[in-house]
Design a protein around this ligand. Sequence first.
Ligand code: BG6
Length: 502
Amino acid sequence: MTISNKKSESNESSSGSTFVPVEPFEIVVFGGTGDLARRKLLPSLYHRYRDGQISDDSRIVGVSRSQHSRAEYQELIEKYYHEFAKGEEFDPKLWAKFIKLVDYVSIDVMADKDWSALGKALSGKSDLIRVFYLAMPPRMFADICDGLKTADLVHEKSRVVLEKPLGTDYDSAREINEGVGRVFKENNIYRIDHYLGKETVQNLLVLRFGNILLEPLWSNQAIDHIEITAAESIGVGGRGSYYDGAGALRDMVQNHLLQLLCLTAMEAPSSLDANDVRTEKIKVLRALRPITPGSVKRKTVRGQYARGKVDGEAVTDYMSDVDVTESSTETYVAIKAEVDNWRWAGVPIYLRTGKRMSSRRSEIVIQFKSVPHSIFGDTPVNPNKLVIRLQPDEAVKLWFEVKEPGAGGMRLKTLPLNLSYADNFTVRYPDAYERLLMDVVRGNLSLFMRRDEVESAWKWVDGILEAWEQSEQRTELYAAGSEGPAEADDMLSGYGHKWSEG
Ligand code: BG6
């Protein structure tokens, strides 16, 4: 194996991180001119090349319907790189070497019968790892896999990566899984949830299972409730046609938020092995209490953003953004989830996600119980709180009660122990896709979802979708730039709680 852009066994990047090179591989990106390829996949591959993790004998083949020559595609992806990877170090010489790895094939996967051009662009070596990345609408997944089989492009070392959302409900997810499963074995199927590739999401595993302090408190004995928030300030951008048929429940809750819930609530796996971790996660999904037409109004709030101001700038409402005159699609959802097992009985886990909220903020808040008896008379004693900030300003904050210094009686103050990532680590955080792409090449499935996980998550989400439909639950409007609909605050106050402010 030659790693010509950098030297040895493990390579140190300019930012100080050490990367272990992966075996040479070839990757075919279906949807090679699409949004994900432009913004994430191709820049991620370049960054891994830049850090010496990808060797010069690897190759990258973009596939899409558009007609481009190889040189035109190479130019396009350089243009996209400058557009989307702002702030990244760009070395024209290194880029010139990287771009030699990149080829392009035009195929209309739903119409063209002849995929031989793709075969020609690949090495033909059956011992080279071959990755098919399907950055395409999920309804096409099974057909693409059939096409690959018919063209005889799948060999022992081939694997397929499926982008989310996998289907639109349990039945469609099953159908896709069946279709893909006819061509690829389960351990060659990588169902991606990019949240699992985020550094701070992986840190959740270290925080929980690399420290003895938290575990004795990590249950209904000491925890009152949990909040999991993924708030975004962006709107739906140019993804209106997809988003209007999906909504926040399918787009964010079915995957990202439920994965965060699993990592927060699962038992300790016996190792980091993919099946050990995934087996623990699925137990949580199976223990989620179904939300029914009878409980849906008490346990969920749907919202849609109206006009407003984000970061001081006026922004349009959702319906103008997706160019429709009527839509009840939710861009915000808040849910009271409950995990029915011994550890979590009686502990609500509030999930919340929304677009066009006041700021971008993803975090998990563990709200502990109050001390059982206060010795401080009328002085209020705030319960402890652990805030795991996933993005931005990655940090772990543990809020404590301390004595405010000075005379004048025993005054208590709530202060954080603040473990900020930025203060402790100066390395560049690789994008989640960088980590996940390299894991696919390495054959490490730990951060990918197993078929039963995805299907269980859909079962729970389907229950909510059906209950919304049956109960005709309204979608409440909220001003863009706000904290979401007031009904979500009311829902929590109905349970004696309040959303945390971080
Ligand atoms: C995607 C959703 O999976 O995650 C998007 O489809 C959302 O709607 C995005 O904006 C959020 O990801 P991140 O990494 O910016 O939190």
